[in-house]
Design a protein around this ligand. Structure first.
Ligand SMILES: *[C@@H]1O[C@H](CO)[C@@H](O)[C@H](O)[C@H]1NC(C)=O
Ligand SMILES: *[C@@H]1O[C@H](CO)[C@@H](O)[C@H](O)[C@H]1NC(C)=O
Ligand SMILES: *[C@@H]1O[C@H](CO)[C@@H](O)[C@H](O)[C@H]1NC(C)=O
Length: 382
């Protein structure tokens, strides 16, 4: 599923790029400086830049076949809140040569692990993104017509809502994708998810947008709602507003995929003579039964784990559908056994959900659907 999502994003992004236009960046012709790495996940270059007076870091992936005279596309991939560029590289798979053989990929680190658009963020990450693009394009050979932005959760909101709605960034970046994106709006007290006004001021039209969202997403709900003193729109409302801004009207066509587990909603217009920037614009969204990453169960399903303090947990593999965890997700516990140990130490914890981030949860219910994508769930016994 993860592999499929990464391929889908790439397919979407590539469909949108006009075959004819190439704008070489100033870095074309410059040889790589000694020490610069090319290769797959884990072989990215950790670079820094000062933006708005802050020292920022980002991982830059150069494909194995990077050639200083060939203009390469570039994908920004923004991590979820509490995560990092390093984690996002693994999650997105954009450094995997089988998925993305030719394009550069950039995995920036958020200040305090979050992005502009989050209720708690105070940084100007639009400027940071444009500064990175400027720095990279001066040093590496890029096609400036093929710059894309994507991200997960808070990072998805930053890509498909903040950058895509920014008058300058939306004109420099060809297409935008959000995964389980958090599209916070601030209507001032009154949150009606299907109608909340969406603040957006893109610098061109149409803006190609792709969104994938799990209908059982327990963090950023598909049907939106009040969250952290902000308002999340329903996904259909968010995407329909994009379709309308793009001049597509409010109709969509739907296609059932993956034996009914996924529905694709698509609004596409025929290219008109006025729209020369993107040859085949579309506004597409998908629902999947889950967008959580975790193909591997930590132990055989149904087996019992006994901790060093003799507490027993039963491992269950499947989607955890309880909507809430208590407290914040614990991002530092990137290990299933540490996550269980934290639950053991906490009297309120009845079970854990784990998908690379540890969630301590009350009660012991919540395992619903089983598939190849699983949250790892363990229930405290007795
Ligand atoms: C990259 O460097 C920054 C500091 O500049 C650090 O916070 C970050 O963890 C580093 N990333 C990796 C993958 O080493
Ligand atoms: C697609 O259109 C149908 C029918 O109007 C609507 O119920 C649904 O919410 C739309 N989906 C999206 C993702 O916009
Ligand atoms: C794990 O066990 C539970 C309970 O027996 C079952 O509902 C579920 O289908 C199993 N999961 C997998 C991945 O087989």
């Amino acid at each position: 599923m993860q592999h499929t999502l990464a391929s889908l994003t790439l397919t979407f992004l590539l469909i949108l790029q006009p075959a004819f236009a190439i704008t070489k960046s100033p870095g074309c012709g410059k040889t790589l400086t000694p020490g610069t790495k090319t290769g797959g996940t884990g072989f990215s270059n950790n670079l820094t830049i000062t933006s708005n007076g802050l020292k920022r870091s980002y991982l830059l992936h150069l494909p194995e076949n990077y050639a200083p005279t060939r203009p390469h596309g570039l994908i920004f991939s923004f991590h979820g809140r509490g995560e990092s560029g390093e984690y996002q590289e693994k999650l997105s798979k954009f450094s995997n040569g089988n998925v993305n053989p030719h394009m550069l990929a950039v995995y920036p680190d958020g200040v305090e692990k979050q992005w502009q658009g989050d209720p708690a963020a105070t940084t100007d990450d639009v400027t940071f993104t444009l500064d990175m693009l400027d720095q990279i394009s001066k040093q590496y050979c890029m096609d400036l017509e093929k710059v894309y932005a994507s991200g997960k959760s808070n990072g998805g909101g930053f890509a498909a809502n903040i950058l895509a709605c920014d008058p300058v960034a939306s004109a420099k970046i060809a297409a935008f994708a959000g995964f389980a994106g958090a599209y916070y709006q601030n209507p001032g007290g009154n949150c009606d998810p299907p109608t909340v006004p969406i603040k957006c001021n893109p610098g061109r039209k149409p803006v190609p947008i792709f969104e994938v969202h799990g209908s059982a997403d327990g963090v950023i709900a598909y049907n939106g709602g009040s969250r952290r003193n902000r308002c999340l729109p329903t996904l259909p409302h968010f995407m329909t507003e994009w379709a309308k801004r793009n001049g597509l009207g409010s109709q969509n066509s739907s296609t059932v995929l993956d034996s009914g587990r996924v529905v694709k909603y698509d609004s596409t217009i025929r290219p008109s003579t006025a729209d020369t920037k993107t040859a085949r614009p579309s506004t597409t969204s998908k629902t999947a039964s889950s967008t959580q990453a975790s193909p591997i169960c930590p132990a055989a399903n149904g087996t019992t784990w006994t901790t060093s303090e003799k507490t027993k947990f039963q491992v269950l593999c499947g989607y955890d559908t309880t909507a809430s965890y208590y407290g914040r997700p614990i991002y530092d516990l990137r290990s299933f056994s540490k996550c269980i140990a934290a639950c053991e130490d906490d009297d309120d914890c009845g079970h854990v959900a784990y998908n690379g981030v540890c969630y301590l949860k009350r009660g012991s219910k919540g395992l619903k659907k089983i598939g190849s994508d699983v949250n790892r769930v363990a229930i405290k016994l007795g």
